[in-house]
Design a protein around this ligand. Sequence first.
Ligand code: IMP
Length: 202
Amino acid sequence: MKCPEIYAATNNRNKIEEFRSFFELFHIQFNIVPSPLKLEKLEDGTTLEENAYKKACFLSDKGYKPVFSDDTGLFLPFLDGIPGIFSSRFSGGSATYESNRSKLMDLTIGVSFERRKAYFKTVICFIAPSGETHFFTGIAEGFVLSEERGEYRFGYDPIFLYPPLGRTFGELPLETKNKISHRAKALSQFVQFLIHNEGILF
Ligand code: IMP
């Protein structure tokens, strides 16, 4: 597959690292270009789809294409889906990964393990140079823990237990997370789509 440059509508270095590592794992040599524009303030939609579209559209409208964006949230059904679309700013305007995890762990104090079911959901929005737009979705199911485990400190990963491996995402090497995560599932569909529609990139 002939691979041109593709813009990633994100300023998040963890996501860029995961995108690059994912494509490497599948021997696809995309040149992923991180967003040259700031994007955080665009995430004011009511769904991941809406936010993903806004981010990709912002770059595409300014001539950066082909482009794809990723909007992700951690959803806890027992908290009515919180933090969900508010995952990045869950603990307020100056939220950090750590403060967001602390707030969520506090909310799960005294809650039985079974009720702490949670899932990550990623929506990728791709906009081709022609303007054609496509969405790809991935979900990973697990449980939120009340203690942190693992060295990989991206977002909620240290408190997200993935039962099939008995480990948190924070305890997984990136190449393992990139085979089973919400993002990997969405990326995998995206890649399959590009393989079958190569011309769309140009
Ligand atoms: P965004 O709105 O897609 O940039 O992501 C929202 C927030 O979700 C991020 O600030 C992280 O805290 C969290 N997040 C996104 N992806 C992941 C992931 O793969 N693992 C853990 N946390 C994530």
